[in-house]
Design a protein around this ligand. Structure first.
Ligand SMILES: [Fe+2]
Ligand SMILES: [Fe+2]
Length: 285
C-alpha cells in the first residue's frame, strides 16, 4: 500500500497523548520473558484505579468465573498476562480520548459503542473460528477506527468536511476521507499505533481492516475485525460515523470459513456480550 502524505496530520500526532506510564510499564513487562505474575501485580497494585477496575472486570459476568476473585495476583493467574495488558490498554484508551473529545459528546457515545461492539464482535468471531488469542482480537476491534478520533481532534476542519460529505452524498466514510484528505482513518490509526509502539499485529489490523488481504501475515486477524465491523453496522451497535454497510470483502469471507448458518447465533452472542461489557465500561471509576 502506498503510504499517503500524512505530514499535516503527523504534526498533530506529535502532540497526541502518550499512553499512561502504568500501561507502558505493563507492556514492557508482558514482553519480558523473565517477568512473573508478582512483578505485574506490583505495578497494578500501585495504581488504585487500575486495581479497582481489574477486580471489577474479572468479577463481572463477562468472564463468568464462579468464585469471587479478590486479589490482583488471582486475576493475573486466571486471565493471563496478555489479557490483563489488553484490558488495561482498553480502559486507558477510553479515558485518554474521552477527556479531549467532550464537545462532540453525542457522537462520542455512538462511536465508542461502535468500537466496543467491534471489540466484542472480534472476540466472538475469534472464538467461533477457534483462535487462541481472542483478547488481542478484542483490542484490535476496539482500536480499529481510532484514526477517526485522531482526525477529529487534530484535523477538525477537514474532519467536518468529511462528515458533511458523508451526510450530503450518503457515502462511506472511507470514500469521503479519500476525497477530502487523500487517505483514510486506517492510515491515521496505523500512524498512531506506531507512535504508541503497539505490537505490529495491531498496527497492521488497524491499517487494513477495510481490505484484510493487504495485511499480509495478519490477514486472518484483519478479516475478523472486518467482519465484526460489518456485524456491528448490521446490528446498529453504535455508529462509526456513516450509516452505510460496506460490502463484505470476499477474500475475508473465504479466509474465515464461517458457515452462513452460524451468522445469526454469532450476532445474538455479540449483543449479549456487548450489554455485559458496556455496563462495566460505563460504570468504571
Ligand atoms: Fe474503519
Ligand atoms: Fe468501524
Amino acid at each position: 500500500m502506498k503510504r499517503p502524505d500524512l505530514s499535516k496530520m503527523m504534526v498533530g500526532v506529535q502532540d497526541l497523548p502518550t499512553l499512561p506510564r502504568t500501561v507502558l510499564k505493563i507492556t514492557e513487562l508482558v514482553n519480558d520473558p523473565k517477568s512473573s505474575a508478582r512483578d505485574l501485580a506490583r505495578i497494578i497494585t500501585d495504581d488504585q484505579v487500575l486495581t479497582a477496575r481489574l477486580l471489577k472486570l474479572v468479577n463481572s459476568s463477562f468472564y463468568g468465573f464462579p468464585q469471587r476473585i479478590a486479589t490482583v495476583t488471582g486475576a493475573i493467574v486466571l486471565l493471563g498476562f496478555d489479557a490483563i495488558r489488553n484490558l488495561l490498554l482498553t480502559t486507558s484508551v477510553f479515558d485518554l480520548f474521552a477527556h479531549k473529545y467532550k464537545k462532540a459528546r453525542l457522537n462520542q457515545e455512538k462511536f465508542w459503542d461502535h468500537s466496543l461492539g467491534c471489540a466484542v464482535g472480534s472476540k466472538v468471531i475469534g472464538n467461533h473460528i477457534r483462535q487462541d488469542k481472542v483478547e488481542e482480537l478484542f483490542v484490535s476491534g476496539l482500536l480499529h477506527d481510532i484514526g477517526k478520533i485522531v482526525a477529529m481532534m487534530y484535523l477538525p476542519e477537514e474532519f467536518a468536511r468529511v462528515m458533511a460529505l458523508v451526510t450530503e452524498q450518503n457515502i462511506l466514510m472511507t470514500a469521503a476521507e479519500e476525497a477530502v484528505l487523500g487517505y483514510t482513518h486506517a492510515e491515521i490509526g496505523q500512524a498512531l499505533a506506531e507512535r504508541w509502539n503497539l505490537p505490529p499485529k495491531l498496527a497492521h489490523v488497524i491499517a487494513h481492516h477495510h481490505h484484510p488481504r493487504a495485511a499480509g501475515r495478519f490477514t486472518l486477524e484483519a478479516a475478523v475485525v472486518h467482519l465484526a465491523d460489518i456485524f456491528c453496522r448490521a446490528l446498529n451497535l453504535g455508529c462509526g460515523g456513516d450509516a452505510k454497510i460496506p460490502p463484505l470483502d470476499k477474500d475475508a469471507w473465504e479466509i474465515l470459513r464461517i458457515k452462513t448458518s452460524a451468522i445469526e447465533p454469532m450476532m445474538a452472542e455479540i449483543c449479549r456480550e456487548f450489554e455485559d461489557i458496556s455496563l462495566f465500561i460505563v460504570s468504571s471509576p
